[in-house]
Design a protein around this ligand. Structure first.
Ligand SMILES: *[C@@H]1O[C@H](CO)[C@@H](O)[C@H](O)[C@H]1NC(C)=O
Ligand SMILES: *[C@@H]1O[C@H](CO)[C@@H](O)[C@H](O)[C@H]1NC(C)=O
Ligand SMILES: *[C@@H]1O[C@H](CO)[C@@H](O)[C@H](O)[C@H]1NC(C)=O
Ligand SMILES: *[C@@H]1O[C@H](CO)[C@@H](O)[C@H](O)[C@H]1NC(C)=O
Length: 428
C-alpha cells in the first residue's frame, strides 16, 4: 500500500493546527491574563497610546504579546463589598471610605447597567444577565487596576478630555472630593457632605482621579448589581488581583420594609398592600423572592468554603454591625489584614450614637435606626406581609439566623430580638 508523502505532511500540518486551536481555546477560556497595569502605566497621561488594561483583550487575544507578570503579594488589597440595595451597604462603604489608605468607589456598575440594559433595572433575562456580568467583571478588574478611563465608555454623555460631571455618586468617595482631585475644600474639611462635594467641586478630572487611586494603598468597591458571589469567581480567582469579599446581608423583612419607604414608585403595590391589608393581585413578588434566592445561593456558596474563596470571604450581617459597630468593624479590618485607622473610629463615633447627639443630619441608617432599631421594620410592616415574607424566604432566614414570628404580638414585642446570635467567622 502506498502512502503519498504529501498526504503525510498535510496530515501532520492539520494536526498541528488543531492542537494549536485547542490550546488557544483553552488558554483564552475564562478570560485572558493580560499584564497588570503597573503603577507606572495605570492609564495616566502620556500613556494613552499604550493598550489600556484589558481594553483590547475582548476580541483579539492581543494579550499574548505581553509577558505574564509575577504576583507580588504585598500589592494592593482589592476590597469588594457585595450587597443589595437597602441592606446597609452605604454604611459599610463608609467604614472603608473613611480609611486614609483606601480609595473607595460607590457602585460603578450603575453605569454598566444604564448603558447595557437601560430600561430593565433588574433584568432576569439570562442573556442580559450574562452580558451585564461579563462587562461588570471587566470593569471591576480595570478599576482595581486604577484604570478609571475604562469607566468612561459607560458614562453618558461620554466624557470629553477625560472630564465628566456624571460619575454616579461621586460625592460618596472621599478621595474624589479632596485635593488634588477637588480644590473646593481644604485639608481641614474632614467630612465633606456628599451633596456639597457634587455642588462645589468642578467636573471630575478622570486623570486626577486615577492618580488619587494609585496613591492609595488599597481599593474598595461597593456593588449591589451582582446577584451572587459565584458570578464573581473569575474575578476572585484572577491572579493579578488580591480580592477580599465582604458579603453584606440583612434580614429580608428589613430590606423589604426599607425599600418600600425608599423606592416609592417601584414598590407602590407593596405600599398599597400595607395600607389596605390586601395583597394586590399584580404584585411583583420577584421584588422579594429575588433577594432571598440570591442571598441563599451566595451564602450557600460562601459558607461551603470552596477552595477559590479561601482567605477571601467574610459574611457580615447588617444587624450585627448596627448593634456593635466598633467591634464588628475591627473584625472586618482584621479580616482584610489592615489596621483600622483613627478616621474610621471617629466616623463610627460620630455616626452611630443615639439620637441625643446632633447627628440627625447624617443619613446613615444606623443613626436613625440606632443600634437597637435595626429591627424597626417590625413596627412598619403588617403581620400579613411579614408572614408572607417568612414563607417565601424561609430557608434564608433560617440560614442567616433571623427568627420567624408566629403571631402579631411576637412581631410587635420589641423586647424580643429576632436576630439570633450566630457567628460567621471569615473563611481563612
Ligand atoms: C513587592 O512589592 C514590594 C513593595 O512595593 C517591593 O518592595 C518588593 O520588592 C516587591 N517584590 C517583588 C518580588 O517584586
Ligand atoms: C478638549 O481639549 C481641547 C484641547 O485642549 C479643546 O480644544 C476642546 O475644546 C476641549 N473640549 C471640551 C469639550 O472641553
Ligand atoms: C486633568 O488633570 C491633568 C493632570 O493634572 C491635566 O494635565 C489635565 O489638563 C486636566 N484636564 C482638564 C480637562 O482640565
Ligand atoms: C414581650 O416579651 C417579653 C419577653 O418574652 C415578655 O416578658 C413580655 O410580657 C412581652 N410583652 C408583651 C406585651 O407581650
Amino acid at each position: 500500500m502506498q502512502c503519498s508523502w504529501k498526504a503525510v505532511i498535510l496530515l501532520a500540518l492539520a494536526s498541528i493546527a488543531i492542537q494549536y486551536t485547542a490550546i488557544r481555546t483553552l488558554t483564552s477560556k475564562p478570560f485572558q491574563l493580560c499584564p497588570l497595569p503597573s503603577p507606572q502605566n495605570c492609564g495616566l497621561g502620556g500613556q494613552e497610546t499604550e493598550p489600556p488594561f484589558e481594553r483590547g483583550a475582548a476580541g483579539s487575544g492581543s494579550c499574548d504579546d505581553y509577558p505574564y507578570f509575577t504576583i507580588n503579594a504585598t500589592r494592593k488589597t482589592h476590597i469588594l463589598v457585595l450587597a443589595t440595595t437597602r441592606s446597609g451597604s452605604s454604611f459599610v462603604g463608609q467604614l472603608l471610605n473613611q480609611h486614609q489608605d483606601v480609595f473607595y468607589l460607590f457602585e460603578p456598575l450603575y453605569h454598566v447597567q444604564t448603558t447595557l440594559i437601560p430600561r430593565l433595572s433588574h433584568s432576569r433575562n439570562a442573556a442580559d444577565r450574562r452580558v451585564m456580568l461579563g462587562a461588570s467583571r471587566d470593569l471591576l478588574r480595570s478599576l482595581y487596576g486604577c484604570d478609571l478611563y475604562f469607566l468612561e465608555s459607560y458614562i453618558k454623555p461620554t466624557p470629553t478630555n477625560h472630564t465628566t460631571d456624571k460619575l454616579f455618586r461621586r460625592g460618596a468617595s472621599r478621595a474624589l472630593c479632596q485635593q488634588p482631585v477637588c480644590d473646593a475644600f481644604g485639608p481641614a474639611d474632614m467630612n465633606v457632605e456628599e451633596g456639597d462635594c457634587v455642588k462645589k467641586c468642578a467636573a471630575l478630572n478622570m486623570t486626577l482621579a486615577t492618580e488619587a487611586c494609585r496613591e492609595k494603598r488599597h481599593v474598595a468597591i461597593k456593588i449591589v448589581r451582582v446577584p451572587e458571589i459565584g458570578d464573581l469567581r473569575a474575578l476572585v480567582e484572577d491572579p493579578r488581583l488580591n480580592i477580599k469579599v465582604i458579603q453584606l446581608v440583612r434580614d429580608p423583612r428589613g430590606i423589604l420594609s426599607s425599600r418600600i419607604e425608599t423606592f416609592r414608585d417601584t414598590y407602590r403595590l407593596w405600599r398599597i398592600w400595607r395600607a389596605t391589608g390586601r395583597r394586590p393581585y399584580n404584585l411583583d413578588l420577584s421584588q422579594l423572592t429575588v433577594v432571598c434566592e440570591d442571598f441563599l445561593s451566595s451564602v450557600s456558596t460562601g459558607l461551603n468554603h470552596p477552595y477559590w474563596l479561601k482567605g477571601k470571604y467574610m459574611l457580615v450581617r447588617y444587624e450585627d454591625l448596627a448593634r456593635n459597630p466598633l467591634l464588628k468593624t475591627k473584625e472586618i479590618y482584621d479580616y482584610l489584614g489592615l489596621p483600622m485607622d483613627k478616621n474610621v473610629e471617629d466616623w463610627i463615633h460620630a455616626n452611630t450614637r443615639g439620637s441625643n447627639e446632633p447627628s440627625a443630619k447624617h443619613k446613615f441608617g444606623t443613626v436613625r435606626d440606632s443600634a437597637a432599631n435595626a429591627e424597626s421594620w417590625r413596627l412598619k410592616l403588617s403581620y400579613d406581609m411579614v408572614e408572607y415574607t417568612q414563607t417565601v424566604c424561609q430557608k434564608v432566614l433560617h440560614q442567616l439566623g433571623y427568627k420567624a414570628v408566629k403571631s402579631v404580638e411576637e412581631l410587635k414585642n420589641m423586647s424580643l430580638s429576632l436576630v439570633q446570635d450566630k457567628t460567621f467567622v471569615p473563611f481563612l
